[in-house]
Structures are given as C-alpha cells and as structure tokens.
Design a protein around this ligand. Structure first.
Ligand SMILES: *Cc1c(COP(=O)(O)O)cnc(C)c1O
Length: 371
C-alpha cells in the first residue's frame, strides 16, 4: 500500500445549497407559511414541469410516496403484478407492495445495469398491470422498445426517475417519456428538498387522481368531503422553497456531474480490472453516482477495495443488493437473475457531488492505481 500524504475526507455525496435556498426559506419563516400551503409549492411544481416539458408536476413528501401515488393513480392493487428491476433501491419494490400488488423482478443488462424490453416481455402475464423502468445511477433505460411492448400488451409504464433528473433518452428528459414518472428529492439526489418527491405526467386523469390521493382523498370541489381513502403525502412550503432554489440551477448541477465523470474517466483509464460506466449512444448520463466494477483481475475484492478507500478517507457505497436476494422478497422463481448478482457483487459507487474537485478525483484514482 502506497503512503498517501494529505489524507482527505471525501463523502460519497453532499448537497449544494448555492443559490436562493436561504432567502426563500427565510421568506417562509418570516411569513409563517411553513406548512403544506404557500406560494413556493406552486412555483416549484410549475418550474419542475416546465424543465421536464410535462403538463403536470405534483409535489409530495418523498420519492417513495411519489411511487406509491403513481401506482394508486393507475389503480394497481391486490392480485396485480408489476415488473420492477431487481437492481434498484428498495423503494421501487416497496411501493408496489404497499398497494397489495406483487413486484416481479427483472434481471438487468450487463453494461447499463438497467432492465430491457426483452427481459420485461418474458415476464408479462395476464396479471401484469405495469412496468417500472429505473434509470439506475442516472443512465437512461432504452425506453422506446419498453413503451412499444407495454403499449402492445396494454400495460402502464411508470418511470422511477429518482436518480435521473437531467438525464436524456434520445434527446428527451428522463421522466417525460413514460405514462407517469416519479422523482426523489432526498438529500443525496441531483436536486434536493431535504425530503421530498415529485410525480409527473401528461395525463390529466392520472394527475387529478394523484392530487386527490396525496391530500387525504378530499373532493377538490367540496372541502371535507372524502370520496376515496387518501394519504397525507404533501410537501411543505419550506421544502418547496429549497426545491425552487435548487431547480434554478439544474443545468449547472448536471453539467458539473458530467464534468466530474469525465475526470474520473480520464484518471481511472487503464487500471487493470477496473471497468468504467458506459454511456450508450441514445443516452445522456446524469451521473447521479459514478459506478465502477472491480473484476477479479483487479486483485482485490469489492469489499476490500471499499475498505481501502475508506482507510484513505473516501466514502463509497456498494451497488444495490438485488431485491430478489432480500429475505422479504425471496420467492420461488426469482432466483438465477445472474447478471444482477454479478453486477451487485462487484459494483462500487464512488463520490459524486457538485463540490467535488478534480484533485479529489485524482486522489481517489491514485488510491486505486497504486493500491
Ligand atoms: C432515492 C430513490 C427512491 C426513493 O426516494 P425517497 O425520497 O428516499 O423516498 C426511489 N427509487 C430510487 C431508484 C431511488 O434512488
């Protein structure tokens, strides 16, 4: 192990509060509009919809609630099946389960770690109501074939774009392509509200249902009349104030992540046994995370590599464990999703955030090169 001088402390992620966050939050405090009514909620939703080029953006309390609302708006419930990737954050599967439906896990592609239309098609049954492509770590899914197959088989497409704000598929922003899509605005996401989520769609009917469901199921024409069982999934004005300040800088945030990714590409190139992320011809990657594979030829296991980096003050994350390997989601027939198992056991997410500097990237790359 090479001695590394000037040890740094580099987190895997950190929010960048570089704009109007403080001003807008102070306005909430000074005006006392701190709960889920107030001008920032509408402004943030409008700005979000405008950025994505969609008709409706509905804020909510987190990305998991956003997924749950999307499922409920589509009428998904007990007896239904929803196809989700096995390599994803657990919320994708949990939101399906909350409705009483069954998540059916799809294996991923080797390079992008995303689901493909072929794999989805093999899993469709008479009970399938929806498929949830997840642009993992910011790399878009190949959406056209997924939309085509879903259209042919009469199932809905819900994009869980939590990790892909600012990513593009054939020029179109992730979250603007599926029937309904969701975002997370958690502290480590590309933009944040602390905790928060957004549901987006061009469908007026779905949008109306999401609005009713997130506000206790109240009839929009009649206060305190509740025709359906709803939820309290609202975002606060303070969260929306932070969100508005954040989305004002979305182009900068995405450009900076792409810049950092290009530094990693340059400084990690040629290390034997380290595979770098791909960017398909149809994709503009938003690099929510910068993810590498450590192959056997690297000479160190994934976990030992993470320990080495931690020893030098560099925080990392393992790629998500496949959902079908979780005790709560194990069931017959979901074994043998081999690409996912391989990916998950060798993948590492390296630090990626707005404030990361080129010297940090060089520092991290040198630890791996000189191990
Ligand atoms: C972050 C994330 C979510 C959930 O977001 P929360 O805001 O933490 O509830 C859902 N899906 C994916 C893929 C995520 O990365």
């Amino acid at each position: 192990m090479t001695a590394v001088t000037n040890k740094r402390e580099i987190p895997v992620s950190r929010p960048a509060l570089i704009g109007n966050e403080r001003n807008y939050v102070l306005e909430c405090l000074d005006s006392t509009w701190i709960s889920s009514t107030g001008r920032f909620i509408g402004l943030f939703e409008e700005r979000f919809a405008e950025y994505l080029g969609v008709k409706h953006a509905m804020s909510c309390c987190n990305g998991t609630a956003a997924l749950h609302l999307a499922m409920l708006a589509l009428g998904i419930g007990p007896g239904d099946e929803v196809i989700v990737p096995t390599v994803t954050f657990v919320a994708t599967a949990n939101a399906v389960r909350y409705t009483g439906a069954t998540p059916v896990f799809a294996d991923c592609e080797l390079n992008t770690w995303n689901i493909s239309a072929d794999r989805v098609e093999q899993l469709i049954t008479s009970r399938t109501k929806a498929v949830v492509p997840v642009p993992l770590y910011g790399h878009p899914c190949d959406m056209d074939p997924i939309m085509r197959i879903a259209g042919k088989r009469g199932i809905a497409v819900v994009e869980d774009a939590a990790e892909a704000l600012g990513a593009r598929y054939r020029g179109r922003l992730c979250g603007s392509i599926a029937h309904i899509s969701t975002f997370s605005l958690y502290g480590n996401k590309t933009i944040t509200t602390g905790e928060g989520g957004m549901v987006v769609t061009n469908d007026d009917g779905l949008a109306a249902r999401v609005r009713i469901l997130k506000g206790q199921g109240m009839d929009p024409q009649r206060r305190y009349w509740f025709p359906v069982i709803g939820y309290n999934y609202r975002m606060t004005n303070i969260e929306a104030a932070i969100g508005l300040a954040q989305i004002e800088h979305i182009e900068r945030f995405v450009a900076r992540r792409r810049q950092i990714a290009s530094w990693y590409g340059e400084h990690l190139a040629g290390i034997p046994g380290v595979t770098l992320p791909v960017e398909k011809a149809y994709a503009v990657h938003s690099y929510w995370m910068y993810s590498i594979f450590v192959e056997q030829s690297f000479g160190m296991t994934r976990d030992d590599t993470m320990t080495l980096l931690a020893h030098h003050g560099v925080e990392t994350r393992p790629v998500f464990y496949p959902m079908h390997s979780m005790p709560v989601y194990q069931r017959p027939g979901s074994q043998g999703l081999s690409v996912a198992e391989h990916t998950a056991s060798q993948g590492i997410n390296l630090p990626m955030y707005y404030g990361l500097e080129q010297q940090d990237v060089i520092y991290i790359s040198n630890i791996l090169r000189n191990k």
